[in-house]
Design a protein around this ligand. Structure first.
Ligand code: 13P
Length: 308
């Protein structure tokens, strides 16, 4: 493993590459990344990097977002099969039909979408800025929100809006078991429940703090003395443990508990070996149809402007 790490570092320097990683990546990938962050931070960082090559250790839509923002750069992903169940739950042709059926609606799409869906969108949001961006529109604005039904319903509930919400979901966040979380809370009554807004409403009702990965980390760093039940992909525990090794974290269990925690099988596809190979071969490379990229870049840039 040491040799692999050295070889990656060497290639990275030679090729002026930037390795970015999401908080849901395997620990060893988070450790080697030049930059780790949530979906918003990764897009912001991609937009301003001077590197020639971006290696996006995350899932496909994150690579696409970087490519759309930096068409002149080479954007690599260690494993092209690293998809996203949420993005898959919103095929562009079906979404286009839905948008056409609702003329006069502003289209707000979560970043977990394909570039083709972003091309049909007025403004992109991430879980960090969804509330802020929705609230930047007048109260009576007619809005379509896609594709996450849990995030959309949550934003409706905290803003008092009545957005039309697409019926999509993340296979990891949908899986957390309300009953098991209640049981753990009985045994650890002082534990703070942290939940990502992609979780089902019943889980969010139990949560003390609802937020994006970055927001949950921020809360936790401000209160490291507490005990935590964490309802999001378990990769985030790496950064939490690094920041506060003494804190007790209990990963919220999924309904089907063949494992004790919830991991995204797509995020886990990226490994150090694949990262090394992709830097060496400069492949697999993300490509986006220029006609789609031209349309998709506008709502992404609009998001970055609002979130600046
Ligand atoms: P964040 O906005 O917290 O990075 O969420 C990304 C994500 O894909 C959650 O499933």
């Amino acid at each position: 493993m040491e040799n692999l790490i050295q070889a990656i570092e060497q290639l990275k320097k030679e090729k002026n590459a930037l390795i970015m990683g999401h908080y849901y990546q395997r620990s060893e990938i988070q450790e080697i990344a030049d930059y780790i962050g949530d979906s918003l931070a990764l897009a912001q960082q991609a937009a301003k990097t001077t590197a020639d090559i971006i290696v996006m250790c995350g899932v496909h839509f994150m690579g696409e977002t970087a490519k759309v923002l930096c068409p002149e750069k080479k954007v690599l992903v260690p494993d092209m099969a690293a998809g996203c169940s949420l993005a898959d739950s919103c095929p562009a042709d079906k979404f286009e039909q839905f948008v056409k059926e609702h003329p006069g609606y502003t289209v707000i799409s979560y970043v977990n979408t394909t570039a083709a869906v972003k091309a049909l969108t007025d403004v992109v949001v991430t879980s960090t800025n969804a509330r802020q961006i929705v609230e930047s529109f007048p109260k009576d604005e007619k809005i379509i929100f896609g594709p996450d039904r849990n995030l959309g319903s949550y934003i409706n509930s905290v803003t008092g809006r009545n957005m039309l919400v697409w019926d999509g979901a993340c296979h990891v966040h949908e899986q957390f078991s309300v009953e098991k979380i209640v049981e753990i809370k009985k045994q650890h009554p002082q534990a703070v429940i942290l939940a990502h807004p992609e979780c089902k409403g019943a889980v969010l009702k139990l949560a003390d703090v609802v937020g994006s990965t970055a927001a949950l980390l921020k809360y936790f760093v401000a209160h490291p003395e507490k005990e935590y039940i964490v309802a999001t992909e378990a990769g985030i525990l790496h950064e939490m443990r690094k920041k506060c090794p003494q804190t007790t974290f209990i990963p919220a269990p999924p309904m089907d508990s063949t494992c004790g925690c919830n991991e995204c099988n797509f995020m886990r596809l990226n490994t150090l070996e694949k990262l090394y190979n992709c830097l060496k071969d400069e492949s697999p490379e993300i490509t986006v149809d220029p006609a789609i990229a031209e349309k998709a870049v506008r709502p992404i840039k609009r998001m970055l402007e609002i979130s600046a």
